[in-house]
Each structure stands twice: as structure tokens, then as C-alpha cells.
Design a protein around this ligand. Structure first.
Ligand code: ZN
Length: 142
């Protein structure tokens, strides 16, 4: 389907109309089936607006994916809030801090979170230090 913004050259009324294709628009115009909604004039022209192509299937899929993404994003955001409230942020020092807690019995009232490479995580795991990895959405993305 193509949506055109049409304009009546006689009374300047603008209105939207849907066509199966741009050919259909030309056909209807030639057969004088296109008339102004307010003055019945046949002097109908397309305005220079770019036609919008609508594919109903794609549209609903996009909508669904967006909803799904928003739901996942919300779940991650909730995790992030929980972690921010209950854990101490150590930034890039995550591996170092995790080791000092593990080896020095360093007493921290809070757990820690921060960034670590997959190599860091592997090494920590080899040393018997368990760390959870989960997706993180940067607040700036909002
Ligand atoms: Zn008109």
C-alpha cells in the first residue's frame, strides 16, 4: 500500500489517500475517480511528500521485537538497580577486588561489581572465585 498526500488545486484541501500502487493512483486519476472531498473538483494532485510504504507484516514484527526488547531491557534495568543498591562498584578493578576479598578475607559489607574481561573471569574461576556475568545497559543509552 502507498499513502499519498493529495491536494485539491481548486480549494487547496489536503487529504491522505491509500493506493495499492503508484500505478493505481495514475489509473484512478485518468478515469477521473479521484475527486476532492470538499468541492468534488477533479484537479487532484499528489503533493511532493515521499510515499510511505506499509507492510503490515513487517510493521507488527518490528512492534513485537520492540516490546520484547523493552521487556528484556526492563529486567536488566531492575537487576542493575538491585546491584547498584546492594553491591559496591569497583570499576575495572573487579578481578583485583575479587581476589583481595577471596584471599585476604577482606571484610566488605557489600558485594562488588565492576567490569572484567572474559579472561579475568576464567582465571578467577580457576582460582575458585565465582563471578556472575550478565548484560549491562549503559544508562547513557536512554
Ligand atoms: Zn477541492
Amino acid at each position: 500500500m502507498i499513502k499519498y498526500k493529495l491536494i485539491c488545486k481548486d480549494c487547496n484541501t489536503k487529504f491522505d489517500s491509500w493506493f495499492a500502487s503508484s500505478n493505481e493512483y495514475e489509473k484512478l486519476k485518468k478515469r477521473k475517480f479521484l475527486t476532492c472531498h470538499s468541492c468534488n473538483s477533479l484537479k487532484i494532485e499528489k503533493t511532493l511528500m515521499a510515499p510511505q510504504l506499509i507492510n503490515s507484516k513487517n510493521k507488527s514484527e518490528t512492534k513485537l521485537n520492540t516490546a520484547k526488547y523493552q521487556k528484556i531491557k526492563k529486567t536488566i534495568k531492575n537487576y542493575q538497580k538491585f546491584i547498584k543498591d546492594n553491591f559496591q562498584y569497583v570499576g575495572d578493578n573487579f578481578a583485583y577486588e575479587a581476589r583481595s576479598i577471596h584471599y585476604n578475607n577482606k571484610k566488605k559489607s557489600k558485594g562488588i561489581y565492576g567490569s572484567a574481561s572474559t579472561q579475568d573471569l576464567k582465571e578467577l574461576k580457576d582460582e575458585g572465585i565465582e563471578a556472575q556475568m550478565f548484560p549491562w545497559i549503559d544508562d547513557k543509552e536512554n
